[in-house]
Design a protein around this ligand. Structure first.
Ligand code: IMP
Ligand code: MG
Length: 178
């Protein structure tokens, strides 16, 4: 295990197993539709890559980058679009791909923004969701795992841009950011 990790919450094998299950559900639900996976950079990239390989449908992918955290570990509540879509989403069935839904404020903002561009539908798929968040802010449609408090890193999740490439997910030792 990486020295900055306190533990391993989700091993590489368990992430892959759960990702495959989600992809199978998505394949069933989106048969005959116009599915576009919309990855929220940068954290969602690893998850979307693995997920998409198990979706047995013709899909499109695109990317958006937003900023809500900077290098801090708490949400500022401010969302900024740093990179927008390359193409129109009119008439498409959009599935937003996130690494973790913490407060849900980022996705709430994004979904409202994207709704104005005429997609056929917008749903949300996240690998992780905070158990105790206020679910009235926004609901998510596909969830890999529910997680408790604690700052997580690995498999796309970063602290100050580090640890994204670690293939498993764990809690970052508080001494690293204290
Ligand atoms: P929200 O707007 O509060 O839902 O924040 C979601 C974003 O915050 C995620 O896409 C992550 O980039 C980031 N985030 C929230 N919790 C963590 C964490 O434990 N580790 C790393 N990033 C996190
Ligand atoms: Mg993110």
């Amino acid at each position: 295990m990486h020295q900055d990790f306190e533990n391993i919450l989700f091993s590489e094998a368990s992430i892959q197993k759960r990702t495959k299950e989600l992809a199978e559900a998505i394949t069933r639900d989106y048969e005959g539709k116009n599915l576009m996976l919309l990855c929220i950079l940068k954290g969602g990239v690893f998850f979307m890559s693995d997920l998409s390989k198990h979706i047995s449908l013709p899909i499109e992918i695109d990317f958006m980058a937003v900023s809500s955290y900077g290098d801090a570990t708490k949400s500022s509540g401010v969302v900024r679009i740093i990179k927008d879509l390359d193409r129109s989403i009119e008439g498409k069935d959009i599935l937003l791909i996130e690494d973790i839904v913490d407060s849900g404020l980022t996705l709430k903002y994004l979904k409202e923004n994207l709704m104005q561009r005429g997609p056929k539908s917008i749903k949300i798929c996240t690998l992780l969701e905070r158990q105790k968040r206020n679910k009235e802010i926004i609901s998510v449609d596909y969830v890999g795992f529910e997680v408790a408090e604690g700052f997580l890193v690995g498999y796309g999740l970063d602290y100050a841009e580090k640890y994204r490439n670690i293939p498993y997910i764990g809690i970052l030792k508080p001494s690293v950011y204290a």
